[in-house]
Design a protein around this ligand. Sequence first.
Ligand SMILES: Cc1cc2nc3c(=O)[nH]c(=O)nc-3n(C[C@H](O)[C@H](O)[C@H](O)COP(=O)(O)O)c2cc1C
Length: 238
Amino acid sequence: MMTLKEAMKIRTSRRSFTDRPLSREVIHMLETQIQEANAHPGQLLDFHLVTNDKKAFSGLLKTYGLFSGVHSYIVAAGKAENIKAQELLGYYGELMVLKAAAMGVASCWVGASYDKSYVGQKLPPSDKLYCVIALGYANDHSSMGEKLARRFIRHDHTPDEVMEVDGSKQPPRWFMDGINAVLTAPSARGKLPVHFSLKNGIVTCHADENMGYEYIDLGIAKLHFELGADYIFYDLRS
Ligand SMILES: Cc1cc2nc3c(=O)[nH]c(=O)nc-3n(C[C@H](O)[C@H](O)[C@H](O)COP(=O)(O)O)c2cc1C
């Protein structure tokens, strides 16, 4: 099976899926990951796997016509207005995305274009619904919606946009490997609003505003940095 680093390189958002249900192995992997994420100290996260349910993505108005054939998705919810919860949500959700990609399953993070009231009604009132992650086996050819999304969203970010370093020094190779991995991270509207810096061997990072999705974007980017650089962000562990 593909490694997570390899999966990170080939992953791209897909929005058009075949009817093929997720395999038993994939469902088992996702349920295990969800259990682990929801058990993270502080009980900040509430992920759920939903299979065989087309209602969250039915109706053109809800999906803006971008999505087709979505029958499986992960509900990504957590404690309301908690920055750490949002970062962790991005981090753990992207781990699921990459593990699924390594098993041949395509995906797309979705913050806006789905039926939020339908998905939200199944959650406890204390939860905040942040996103869903659409999952499935992608159609061979890109749909109209996918072509549109690719055309209007930026994919050509450069290292300089996501790193802040002392200009007089060449950053070490491992840091640049992390930065290049960040460039492959999904983000809301493809904005990639994240910045990583290195001082005395310690990496710090922050994110600019991105329609309320910036901390999720940051959590996703942190996982990519960790995988690319073989670096661990201790603030995510507890
Ligand atoms: C938090 C978040 C929310 C997103 N919301 C949507 C969405 O509502 N609709 C959509 O079509 N794509 C959505 N995306 C997918 C992004 O548009 C996509 O990741 C970005 O364009 C980069 O493309 P790539 O994932 O193929 O690298 C979202 C991504 C993230 C991380």
